[in-house]
Each structure stands twice: as structure tokens, then as C-alpha cells.
Design a protein around this ligand. Sequence first.
Ligand code: ATP
Ligand code: MG
Length: 565
Amino acid sequence: MNKENDADPTTSNFIREIVKDGIATNKQEGHICTRFPPEPNGFLHIGHAKSICLNFGLANEFGGTCNLRFDDTNPSKEEEVYVQSIIEDIKWLGFSWAGEIRYTSEYFDQLYDWAVCLIKKELAYVDDLNADEIREHRGTPTQSGRNSPFRNRSVEENINLFASMKNGEFSDGAKVLRAKIDMTSGNLNMRDPVLYRILRAHHHRTGDQWCIYPMYDFAHGQSDSIEKITHSICTLEFEDHRPLYDWIIKNLGIYHPQQIEFARLNLGYTLLSKRKLLQLVKEDHVSGWDDPRMPTISGMRRRGYTPESIRDFCERIGVAKANSTVEMALLEHCVREDLNKKAKRVMVVLRPLKLTITNYPEGQIEELTAENNPEDPKSGTRKVPFSRELYIEQEDFMEDPPKKFFRLAPGKEVRLKHAYIIKCEEMIKDRNGNITELKCTYDPDSKTGGSTAGRKIKGTLHWVSAQHAKKAEVRIYNHLFINENPANGQGDLTLSSGLNKESLEILQDCKIEPSLLDSKPGSRFQFLRMGYFCADLKDFTPDSPVFNRAVTLRDTWAKIAKQKK
Ligand code: ATP
Ligand code: MG
């Protein structure tokens, strides 16, 4: 791929420029502090990786710090398993946060006091309207809202009612605390937004201590403020919330971080929304959050993607203000480029066809030398056993080949990788006409160092010695959705109808070279000519090896980039 064709990362990130300018004008006394604030209501996906790379990346680049804060204000959807998975994923991506992990729930006391503070300033009130009535009073973008009949309660009454809400004297939903701003504002977020609601739900950290919980908008800005975040970076949908963010902080008279919005990542052929991903898991369309087809960090890890390739991808896509969809081919390109440098080359036959070399001495075994990675001279060599009976790939033989087929065919010659030139003499078919075996002869002098080693042969095939081969399961993954843009025009109910029924193909009888039995779960390989694969993190054992295809060898991105040029 032509690097010059990529957007230059140092100019494609406008937030970097804002941070630089701030430092130049000494706005933050030289220190920047960012944060990554996940809600623990699902596993992280590649969109979160973009935010992680941005927040931790800026802190690293400018000698600042980045906090990890769990935004845990909605106990009905949040769970400890999600907290643990998020921690694991951030570490795996290669980032570390400043100090202890933070939780918005640690600020609940302070947030309560701040709510009281707004009540005292006559900037908040307890409302008895229910959710439907509040919605109905809010108005629409073209029609201004109406004041609640409870809007003019006295400070004293509000303080008492709010305390009673906290003390559990009202049922869920019976009352809320609202900011008193402006029901005629052109920004719906400013029409007396709800700040607190009553909710009896067990919280994964505070247990049953609270029965009122702050809304996101009444927790996020103040949490940023408490932590002295300099740049509070979030996605575009919060742009309309910024006036409220600023209003709350200004009226509380506390430290004021700068909120900056950027476009969220959308990726082709998949969905990036925890809610929808949870639906895929719950409805068993995938095996779990870490199914290798999922766009989650844990799914990608299991599939064989590297943290380096994901970070490279996040750098290349840049950061912009306009929403767009990034091609999956670019992510795959990054994975391929990284694995090309790192992955050990091995020989695996995915769909085996037996091949016998009739003039090779029966019982003879040779240990041939094979290089581990031509891209990395330090990776050395290994021994691969060769014998009279081998397996090759079914698709590498054609009885009646077209002109440019440089693989095996009756009467044709090919080279076996790291070994000899062979010639196909005969094919054996079963009763149904299926080819079951090939009989070949070999040229004994055509091995490296032999007198005919330099003979020009167009095709080179990978192979495995039948007697030494081990059986393995290989899982081939394809796009989870049929359409490049599955989110378009699809409500929840039809999620499954857009699924690609061929997103997983399981090959049960693959033949792997014996060296692969020593693999550790998670180790990555290039199966020569077949793609990049990873020993499955959960299911691989030496007794029953399982590999996942991370990515094919063919680079569709290079083609796309060329066309765009
Ligand atoms: P989802 O819609 O998938 O649940 P979210 O925004 O609700 O995502 P959070 O846990 O609140 O998820 O997100 C933590 C951080 O990650 C936020 O700052 C959010 O803006 C960012 N983020 C989430 N999705 C994306 C995305 N697709 N691209 C970039 N950043 C994202
Ligand atoms: Mg969210």
C-alpha cells in the first residue's frame, strides 16, 4: 500500500491541534489530562478503541495523563463482568491509566450535594410529572415547551422533597429533580432536563445504598471537573449537550474542563452499538461477546488481530468532525501488514487431497529445512518432515484446467514448497467420479542444492506429510452482516434478517504440520498461501487444535486505495 495515499496522521486529528494550541498559550499550565469514560454495560468495540487511542494517545504524546473512569450511573444495565472485560481490553491495547481506576459512583455524595446547591440557587426543582407528561411538556424542535405546574416550588419544599426522594419515601418514577433553565430554549436539552431519578436497582458497587441516581448529564461534567480533566473528548451526539455541560459547571462555580466532540467510528459490514451487540449475544446469533466475528476488542483478540494493528488503524482513520463509514478492508489491511512482519509461516492443508509420489522410496522420511519468516531473518528455520504420501489442497488440482492455472493438473509439474518438483501422472476417482488421490513422480535432484533445483516451474504448492500430519479444526470467518451498512433502515426486530448466514464456516479435517501442536493459544501464523490464523484462545489444545482465520492474504484495501488515487 502506498503510504503517501493515507491522510497524514499529524494533520488529520484536529483535537491534537487544539491541545497543541492550548499548551502553546499555556491554558492548562502545560499539563493535559484526558479520560476514557466507558459505561460498564457491555464489552468494548472497535469504536471505543478509537476513543481509547485518542485519549490515551494525546496524554502520552503531550506528557499528560489519562484517567479510566467507569461511568456507572445506570445500575439496571451495568455489571461487574463488563468492568473486568473493559479493564482487560484497555491493558491489552497497550495503555495504562493514571493512578487508581475511578468510578462515577464514588462521586455520588458530592453530586447529591451539588444538586442541593442548585436547588438553593433556585436552579433546580422537584417535579411530580411522570415521564410521559414530562415528554409532553417538553415540546418539539419547532414548538416550545411548557412549564411544569411544580416548577415554582419553594427552595425549602424542594430541599425537603429531594431529601425524601433520597430517603426512599417515594416509589420509582414518582418524582424527579429537574434543572430550572428555559422551557422555550431552542435546544431541547436545555428545557429543564432531568438531573435525578428514583430507581430501586442494585448497584454493582454501591449496593442498595442509593435509590436515586444522577442522569448522565448531571454526572459527567462534574466528574470531569473533580478529576481536573483538561480536555473532555466525546462523540458528536453530545454536541447538543455541551450547553448543559457548561451551564451546570458554571452555576456550580467549579473547575471547567473543555468538552470537544468528534465523529464516532462507523465500520462497514458491522454494527458499533453495545445495545445491538448485546442483542446479537442474547439471541445466540454469535457465541458470545468474544465471538471472533464480533467487532469487539475481545472478539478481535480471539480472531488473531494484534493490538499494534488496531492502534495503527485508529491512527490512520484520523479524527474528524464529520460522520463517515470506514471500510473494513482498511482494518484488515492493518492486521495483514502487522502479521506479515510477525507471523511464523507454516504449512496447513485446509481441504486435503491425498498425493502419493510413486518413485519416492517407501518408508523414507526426510527432514527438510523451512524458513520461519522471510520478512524476519532472525526468526530462523525449522524442520518439516517429507515422505511418500502427502496432502495438498483440493483446489490446487484441476482435471481440466484453464490456460493460466499454474497449479497441478494431469501431466503438469509444480514445485512443492521447501521440497521437490513433482509431476502428476495419474488421478484416482471413486465411484461417483470424485478425485480421491493423485499419483505423482518427483525429480530427486530438484531440491535446494540439487542439479535441477534451478529449473523454472510456475506454481509452488504447500503440502503436509500424511503420516506426520495432525488433524485440526479451522474456523473461517466472514462479515457478520450482508450489507455494508446494516444499521440503515433496520430496527431491532429485523437485526437477524441482515445477518450473513455464511459468516462462519468450520473445517473439521484440516491437516497441520506437526510443529503447530506446540502452539500456545493466541499465537498467530501465516498458513502459507491460505491466510493469517490464530490458535483459538479458548478452544485450542494440543489434543484438539483449533485455529481461527484472522484475515485472508489478498489485500482488497490496496486495490481500493489505488482506485481512489
Ligand atoms: P455504545 O453506543 O456502543 O453503547 P457509548 O458511547 O454508549 O457506545 P460508552 O461506554 O458511553 O459507550 O463510551 C465510552 C467512550 O467511547 C465515550 O467517550 C464514547 O464517546 C466513545 N465511543 C463509543 N462509541 C464510539 C465510536 N463508535 N467511535 C468513537 N468513540 C466511541
Ligand atoms: Mg453510553
